[in-house]
Design a protein around this ligand. Structure first.
Ligand code: ADP
Ligand code: MG
Length: 243
């Protein structure tokens, strides 16, 4: 069953220098099956965020249509969680209240939603920062809080724009593994945007490669890793004595 479908999608923006319409994304068509995890990879400026923002319903396509779970996307809907490239945490809410926001909107009671939020903050290595405000956290910590917020609503479909870009290498590796495992175990459908090939391979079943001109998909790569459940084997190195 197809869960996400882009049909001949294009998006143009007015170029402030010339006043003319300039295509950011041209004639993109692809589909993602239910339970599949796909990454879109491509150089900076090739139109990846624009594409994701059309999947989430934040941007309307200039041409073509986007469908999620059989419905045409025209505005953001609760069934589709998305994480934008900029974290957009609410500055006047604590981290736990930010993470619990989606559940609050869904009408979940305070103690239940804080329980979910605190468990996710622990998983995202933010235990002890529940009552902090976003400006009191580093960029990487805010990104992890935004990730926790996206996971809190536990949607079937997830769209994420460079969710790990601000993290250090070690935290990134651990969170990628955890997320890949949890997506697979729960049969979620996810579309990731990244410019990191290693990340794309670690997370996804399939990669779509975008090119800058003309902002379209030029290649598809199927990931077939036997170690997919645990692509990175960690081992402790022996202690090295003084040289
Ligand atoms: P990527 O995420 O791959 O780095 P973007 O989708 O952010 O690329 O941008 C693709 C192109 O679209 C760029 O030329 C960018 O300047 C333009 N663009 C993106 N968003 C807007 C916007 N809201 N208004 C005008 N131009 C935009
Ligand atoms: Mg981007």
């Amino acid at each position: 069953m197809v869960e996400i479908e882009f049909r001949n999608v294009g998006k143009s923006f007015v170029d402030p220098n010339t006043g003319e319409l300039r295509p950011a994304v041209s004639n993109i068509s692809f589909s993602i099956a239910k339970g599949e995890v796909v990454s879109i990879i491509g150089p900076s400026g090739c139109g990846k965020s624009t594409l994701l923002n059309m999947g989430s319903g934040l941007y309307a396509p200039t041409s073509g249509e986007v469908y999620v779970s059989g419905k045409r996307v025209t505005k953001p809907v609760r069934e589709v969680a998305f994480m934008l490239q900029k974290d957009l945490l609410m500055q006047w809410r604590t981290i736990e209240d930010n993470v619990a926001l989606g559940l609050e909107i869904a009408g979940v009671g305070k103690s239940d939603r804080l329980k979910v939020a605190n468990e996710l903050l622990r998983k995202c290595h933010l235990k002890g920062y529940e009552k902090n405000y976003p400006h009191q956290l580093s960029g990487g910590m805010r990104q992890r809080a935004a990730l926790a917020r996206t996971l809190a609503v536990d949607p079937q479909v997830m769209l994420m724009d460079e969710p790990f870009s601000a993290l250090d290498a070690q935290t990134k590796m651990i969170l990628q593994q955890d997320l890949a495992q949890s997506l697979a175990e729960n049969g979620k459908t996810a579309l990731f945007i990244t410019h990191d090939l290693v990340e794309a391979i670690a997370l996804s079943d399939r990669l779509l490669v975008m090119s800058e001109r003309p902002g379209t998909i030029i290649e598809e790569i199927i990931v077939d890793l036997p170690l997919r459940d645990n692509p990175l084997q960690r081992r402790k190195l022996p202690e090295i004595g003084p040289l």
